[in-house]
Design a protein around this ligand. Structure first.
Ligand SMILES: [Zn+2]
Length: 632
């Protein structure tokens, strides 16, 4: 059916459901959204009953937009906003989005801008005809976020055409067929890395994650017949921004995937940061990247950000809802409702079922599950970890010991997640005098990743959210932190004999600036290398944990042998992954009918599956890569 005819049908249906006195001049399907254009913007957007009915009838989130002809031009609208919003709100910036009729106003103090019971914002809205959203300006500006916003503004037309095409595709009528659904393991089964799972029904196909293997650079099984041709895939859903989950999404785009990518907004921004950086890392090592920056830009254009808890149709017989996974900023458990019998399948992605210094524990308020696909990084019987509090105390004690003997403390971290937690622990320890006050150097995008965290406070836990908005208390703005922003600065740090702490990427020591600090200080007995995150098999981090006395590294393209004399230690308990007990608690809480275990070394995955079966009577399986399972 053509888009025009499709929309005519919907417009008639919408008119039937609308209360009298509200008229809609146009309707559009934009990706998973039903967009209504109206001159009665205020009346319609406050009629929650009508919106709920419309949303249920078309299984879409309903967006209400003002008619373009009712809007002031942007310059005039901006003048009016500055005139009407009280000065103490301190307007920082505004972004007009002509395609939606929205204007985002960044302010230092949202209260006065919104006004008592929203009165100020209402007055502004009726005056300018645009729909204003007041947001708090992020306390640390992020270059990535600015670039993403600029790109979205510059690609309005392209994005609109794209969303309309996706909208029509989602609305196609499902073919009547026998009902079935299956998952195909395309990567990350009986291993950690290159995560990819395909979920398919007679009508639809969705790929969940498409990552790269951290040590071997192996890709998921792109040539599996179920995945081809790539344009037969309806949607890609990304659980979170770590490269072992999203590192090859741009490659899918490069080789012909033409559909949308669903994830949270912070996942989109962190993913952009990490994917662009990965290109640089690969090129610096004179290897060929499997995509280039144009594919990352294309990915931003095609990403449809979803909020946690919002349910949208992404294919004729599939609805998607994202829930907090507690692992890193924006990380999500992906829940699918399939077919008319509403079979319920969830993919945990990487998940943490414990509140951390950054996030709330993974959400356990999902609908009853038929199938749960769960990670098992720490799924083995003995993979029980200390609590966050115990881990923080061990960290402070260790740091104090190394700094007291005037050593350098080097902590390899992922730019996203663990580094921000380490910053919080260091800041608190130094403020309270448990750790000597020394400079903390942040190398390799950690600062930029931190800026993205402060731009999405609604994705952080409550305590941290309120802290970062009290300028004086914002732990990330402490003067102990120094961003390493040039090779020269790094060289100076490498030469220093003063004690200091370095947080640097990559977290598993398979490249990145961490290698330079390690090479420079490996021979110093007073210094220490401290692991706080999972080290995958085959990585240098894993070998060092194992106690190798000598390693061979590349320096300026030539292999050099490095004797390891620095202290090597590991503190457990900071992982963004659930430990064995947390995984079992989560399975026990969700009680799915069927459990598929992935994202873990074979022995751990098998152990978790066997234990879940014994304890909860759940049908449990540990698929191999390339196996398919019928889930109903
Ligand atoms: Zn992860």
């Amino acid at each position: 059916m053509s888009t025009g005819k499709l929309n005519d049908g919907i417009r008639a249906g919408v008119a039937e459901l609308l209360p009298s006195g509200i008229s809609v001049s146009d309707v559009e399907l934009e990706g998973p959204y039903l967009v209504l254009y109206t001159k009665d913007h205020e009346k319609l957007s406050s009629d929650h009953d009508a919106l709920r009915q419309l949303s249920r009838r078309w299984r879409r989130r309903v967006l209400v937009r003002s008619n373009p002809e009712g809007r002031l031009d942007t310059a005039e609208a901006e003048r009016e906003i500055r005139r009407m919003v009280p000065e103490e709100a301190e307007i920082q910036r505004m972004f007009f989005q002509p395609e939606t009729g929205e204007v985002t106003v960044e302010v230092t103090n949202p209260g006065p801008a919104i006004g008592p019971e929203g009165s100020t914002i209402q007055r502004v809205k009726s005056k300018i005809g645009w729909v204003p959203t007041i947001v708090r300006a992020p306390p640390i500006p992020s270059r990535t976020l600015d670039e993403v916003r600029l790109h979205l503004r510059n690609s309005f037309d392209e994005r609109h055409t794209f969303l309309t095409r996706v909208g029509a595709r989602i609305a196609r009528s499902p073919l009547p067929d026998e009902l079935w659904s299956r998952t195909v393991s395309l990567g990350g089964y009986r291993e950690v890395g290159r995560s990819a799972s395909l979920l398919s029904t007679p009508n639809s196909k969705v790929l969940i994650d498409c990552g790269i293997h951290p040590s071997s650079d192996q890709t998921p099984f792109f040539n599996a017949p179920e995945l081809l041709p790539l344009d037969s895939v309806d949607a890609v859903v990304v659980t979170h921004a770590h490269l072992d989950h999203c590192g090859l999404v741009p490659t899918l785009l490069k080789y012909g995937y033409a559909g949308p990518v669903y994830c949270t907004a912070p996942t989109r921004d962190l993913m952009t940061l990490l994917l662009l950086d990965a290109i640089k890392v690969v090129r610096a090592e004179a290897r060929r990247s499997l995509y280039d920056s144009s594919h990352v830009r294309d990915l931003v254009t095609r990403t449809i950000p979803l909020r946690w808890g919002e349910t949208v149709s992404i294919a004729p017989d599939m609805q998607l809802t994202l829930y907090n996974a507690g692992h890193i900023l924006g990380s999500s458990i992906c829940h699918f409702d399939l077919g008319p019998n509403r079979h319920s399948v969830a993919f945990s992605g990487d998940m943490k079922y414990e509140r951390t210094w950054l996030f709330d524990a993974a959400d356990d308020r999902l609908p009853a599950l038929d199938t749960l696909v769960i990670e098992s990084t720490y799924g083995g019987a003995r993979n029980v970890q200390p609590s966050r509090r115990q881990a923080s105390e061990s960290f402070s004690t260790f740091a104090a010991k190394v700094l007291a003997r005037k050593g350098h403390l080097v902590v390899p971290v992922f730019a996203v997640g663990r580094s921000q937690e380490m910053m919080l622990v260091l800041e608190q320890g130094m403020r309270e005098g448990r750790i000597p006050r020394v400079p903390v150097y942040l190398d390799g995008m950690i600062f930029e990743a931190t800026a993205i965290h402060t731009a999405y406070p609604e994705y952080l836990n409550q305590d941290l959210r309120s802290q970062i908005f009290r300028q004086a208390d914002n732990p990330f703005l402490s003067d102990i932190f120094h961003r390493v922003d040039s090779g020269q600065m790094r060289d100076e740090i490498l030469d220093t004999t003063e004690p200091c702490v370095v947080l640097a990427t990559s977290g598993m020591m398979n490249g990145g600036p961490i290698m330079e600090y390690f090479r420079a200080w490996a021979g110093e007995e007073s210094s220490a290398l401290l692991f706080v995150g999972y080290q995958a098999e085959g990585t240098l981090g894993r070998r060092l944990q194992g106690g190798v006395p000598q390693v061979s590294l590349l320096a300026d393209g030539r292999p050099v042998s490095v004797a390891v004399r620095m202290e090597i230690s590991t503190i457990e308990g900071f992982s963004g992954h659930s430990d064995r007990n947390q995984l079992m608690n989560y399975i026990g809480r969700m009680r799915p009918r069927r459990l598929l275990v992935n994202h873990g070394e074979e022995a751990r995955a098998l152990d978790l599956a066997a234990s879940a079966h014994r304890q909860f009577g759940v049908e449990s399986r540990v698929p191999y890569n390339l196996e398919a399972y019928r889930v109903f």
